[in-house]
Design a binder for this molecule. Structure first.
Ligand code: CA
Length: 472
């Protein structure tokens, strides 16, 4: 399928661990079973349940020819100690394992996997350098262009940085840090921090990208408006660019195999399409879960979203502005070639000026528009003078662009009193746009009860001045 994968627009593929794994488990209570997927490997032998070593090389070569880079999943935290390896072997009793020490934390740089009995002591020089050699081997002999680090809560981010300096400092790497603030001890600053803070801290120390579990948590528990709190929606581009966004993976989602896979934390079916629309049209490094693309019939939608992303030139650090004066999720994203406007389950009813329709899907729960060009953003402060709102009223600005509600006073933006009879607010929008707008006084309890500034409309061209004044 390599040519198909390349044609569909994918640039990288996350391969499962390449190392042999003979583990198996059965949970009689839930009637589920598994094992052998590579997450409980016992040797660096690449003849695995997925295929033979020559087949692995052939697959990676075919992907490379299709313009798709192989990112290998690697599992340094733990291994299966029940089978003797021939290519790598770590004897017990030499502080190569977490359990070799009376205080496990002195023989491990992080959390234990399950009981911890299979955890490697990654701070041990022999363990660390043997893994480093194997990562280089994956690079030199198996076409690895990047690494996906499994269960990084189990070992130090600085260790990952050390390995990647050897593998190639500029190569792609991403860590799976699935650990909520509440799982850190009360004495640890991360116990009171946000998911985003925890992920950024790990990335700063490992120098790798990180799966956006901040967004995943909001996809699961937040409203659409709260999806903006993913790492990929952060106002700082340095935060957005390290966010590897996803809807589900083999741990969180259902799988096509026996027992429906693990599905520890799946996005509900009715939100999956809009979740894909969001991650594929917003900043971050989006990933698509294989069965969503090739098993469960979401491929056509995902293919169109990928094309729209590429046409617009959306990058990991592209600016995104959330237009929170609409319901659902409305945002503008500045690509390098086009500006996109997305409306997900949103009450944006008018076609905003300057935009043309790009993609409507999922019974219009997904709507996207594009512009012909991608101007830089600029900030303008709007003032409304002689404003004298009564009790239960406030002052707003409404106007032609999407940032000002596309002339719908129900989606006007709120201003704040800044001087006697003057209300003000800042708006971020593209430069060199001709804008018409007005001041309105609106009831706080009824958005349809509106008092308009008299004609004519106020006019301005963005960036010509940094302030504009309307008056009642
Ligand atoms: Ca560990």
């Amino acid at each position: 399928m390599a040519p198909t994968i390349g044609r569909d627009g994918f640039t990288k593929i996350w391969l499962p661990p390449a190392w042999v794994d003979k583990s198996s488990w059965v949970d009689a209570k839930s009637g589920t079973s598994g094992g052998g997927e590579g997450y409980y490997w016992h040797d660096f032998d690449k003849n695995s349940n997925y295929g033979s070593e020559p087949q692995l090389k052939q697959a990676v070569n075919a992907l490379s020819n299709a313009g798709v880079q192989a990112v290998y999943d690697v599992v340094p935290n733990h291994m299966n100690d029940k089978f003797p390896g021939t290519l790598v072997r770590f004897p017990r009793g030499l502080k190569l394992w977490r359990d070799d020490c009376a205080t496990p934390s002195s023989c491990d740089e992080g959390d234990a996997f399950m009981s911890g009995s299979a955890d490697l002591n990654t701070s041990n020089a022999e363990v660390s350098s043997r893994l480093m050699q194997e990562f280089r081997n994956l690079r030199d002999n198996y076409g690895a262009k990047g690494l996906r680090f499994d269960f990084v809560r189990g070992y130090a981010p600085e260790r990952v940085n050390l390995w990647m300096k050897d593998f190639g400092d500029q190569a792609f790497c991403v860590g799976e840090l699935w650990k909520s603030p509440g799982e850190f001890p009360a004495s640890d600053w991360r116990n009171k921090a946000s998911w985003q803070d925890i992920l950024k801290d790990w990335s700063d120390r490992s120098r790798c990208a990180v799966f956006d579990f901040a967004l995943k948590e909001r996809l699961q528990n937040g409203s659409l408006a709260e999806w903006r709190h993913g790492l990929n929606g952060n106002p700082d581009p340095a935060w957005r660019q390290i966010a590897v966004t996803f809807v589900d993976n083999h741990d969180t989602g259902y799988s096509p195999g026996q027992h429906g896979g693990q599905h520890h934390w799946p996005v509900p079916e009715d939100k999956r399409n809009i979740a894909y629309a969001y991650i594929l049209l917003s900043p971050g490094i989006p990933t698509v879960y294989w069965p969503d693309m090739y098993d469960w019939g979401r491929g056509d939608l995902i293919r169109m979203l990928i094309k729209l992303r590429k046409d617009a030139g959306i990058r990991a650090d592209s600016p995104i502005r959330f237009q929170s004066h609409y319901s659902g999720l409305v945002a503008t994203i500045n690509g390098s070639r086009q500006r996109l406007l997305i409306a997900l389950d949103a009450d944006l009813s008018m076609i905003p000026e300057g935009f043309t329709k790009a993609l409507f899907a999922d019974a219009e729960r997904i709507r996207a528009w594009q512009t012909r060009s991608a101007p830089e953003d600029t900030t303008t402060t709007l003032h409304c003078d002689n404003a004298n709102p009564g009790n239960g009223q406030a002052v707003y600005a409404v106007g032609s662009p999407v940032e000002l509600g596309a002339w719908d006073p129900a989606h006007a933006i709120a201003l704040k009193p800044t001087a006697p009879k003057r209300w003000s607010g800042a708006v971020v929008w593209p430069t060199q746009q001709a804008i018409k707008w007005k001041c309105v006084i609106r009831s706080l309890s009824n958005v349809n009860e509106v008092y308009w500034q008299k004609d004519p409309d106020n006019s301005l061209t963005t960036s010509a001045g940094t302030e504009a004044v309307g008056s009642f």
